[in-house]
Design a protein around this ligand. Structure first.
Ligand code: GDP
Length: 329
């Protein structure tokens, strides 16, 4: 049993990682934002929840020093690029400076106990910005073009500094990764949710922005598996995690609607300027060959299967909800 600390346990990736750690019987310490989240998480045997807002960066070194974990997964932060345009300062704090705060805690534990705390940062392809030619890899220069990417680039540098000081500090540079646990603020879940609602006659249209953007969409549990591999590798390193295949938002819409039983999706989709970004990478596509070569990782779920799994889960949830309202009516 290992003592593992993580941020972001209530998000998509954190929730999958939590499942893996608890299955293994680890002693898990989750940093969460609110007492309500703490109560929910601590109800799971094996979890201790610590309430600390990541924007309160001064608290973080003390908390890591107090818990003294063997491994620390830094997954929490702003997950949405679009939200970071609205709150750039907060994005900088929670996705950037907070990581430096956690690493400061790691170095304190090291100085006090001479014990190593392994650190893994969930980084993002957004550190490469919108002009890097595809595919991007670990050697692609950082040139972020949105507040979220800038915060993640700062954190990436902090990981490099910690490693230069001798810490086991690693990172995974994650491309978009989806699942039925993806929030509706992401385009994939927005689409699958809408497709099943339209198929059920509950909605009549889906409003979207740029349909031409190409994204390298993977399966979130595969990306969590990559995190665990990188955390437990012999040497700390930086690894791109991606499928190497990109699809347009339009492709995603077509696949989701077809799976939901609608072939003429064009008549339901309305282009809405509100959902366009000030700057939007035309294509993100990553080259994960280093991860494949060093740690034997490869994606296990193809694009069509990801879309199908999300549509399937959205229909199950919709019928469960519909049944409930039917019963209460
Ligand atoms: P991101 O790549 O981390 O920003 O993930 P998103 O799922 O939010 O966006 C993926 C792509 O979908 C981006 O290129 C967006 O510009 C594009 N997109 C098009 N319409 C929408 C929309 O209605 N909502 C969102 N979130 N993205 C959209």
């Amino acid at each position: 049993m290992s003592r593992i600390m993580l941020t972001g346990a209530t998000g998509q990736d954190g929730s999958y990682l939590l499942d893996v750690l608890l299955d293994r019987g680890d002693d898990v310490h989750a940093i969460v934002r609110s007492p309500d989240e703490a109560t929910t998480l601590a109800a799971r045997p094996g979890v201790t929840a610590h309430v600390a807002d990541l924007s309160n960066t001064a608290m973080l070194p003390d908390l890591v020093d107090e818990v003294e974990p063997e491994q620390l997964y830094s997954i929490g932060g702003f997950s949405s690029v679009s939200q970071s345009w609205k709150q750039p300062a907060l994005a900088g704090l929670v996705s950037g400076v907070a990581v430096a705060g956690l690493l400061e805690g790691v170095s304190r534990v090291r100085a006090r106990t001479a014990r190593e705390v392994r650190f893994l940062q969930a980084s993002s392809c957004e550190i490469f910005g919108d002009t890097a030619p595809a595919p991007q890899s670990e050697g692609t220069p950082m040139a972020p073009t949105n507040p979220y990417g800038a915060a993640k680039a700062y954190a990436q540098h902090a990981v490099g500094f910690a490693r230069a000081e001798g810490a086991f500090a690693a990172s995974v540079i994650l491309y978009n990764h989806e699942s039925p646990r993806r929030p509706l603020s992401f385009v994939t879940r927005k689409i699958t949710n809408s497709a099943v609602r339209i198929a059920a006659g509950l909605d009549s249209e889906l409003r979207l922005g740029n349909l031409d953007a190409k994204r390298d969409w993977g399966w979130a549990p595969d990306y969590v598996d990559a995190m665990v591999r990188v955390m437990n590798a012999n040497e700390p390193g930086d690894y791109v995690v991606a499928t190497g295949v990109s699809h347009t938002v339009r492709d995603f819409v077509a696949a989701a609607f077809t799976t939901a039983g609608i072939d003429d999706w064009e008549q339901y989709v309305v282009i809405d300027e509100r959902f366009y970004r000030p700057v939007d990478a035309a294509e993100t596509r990553g080259d994960a060959s280093r991860l494949a070569r060093d740690l034997g990782w490869k994606p296990t779920v193809a694009f069509e299967e990801i879309v199908a799994a999300m549509v399937e889960e959205d229909s199950v949830q919709l019928s469960a909800g519909a049944e409930e309202s039917h019963r209460s009516a």
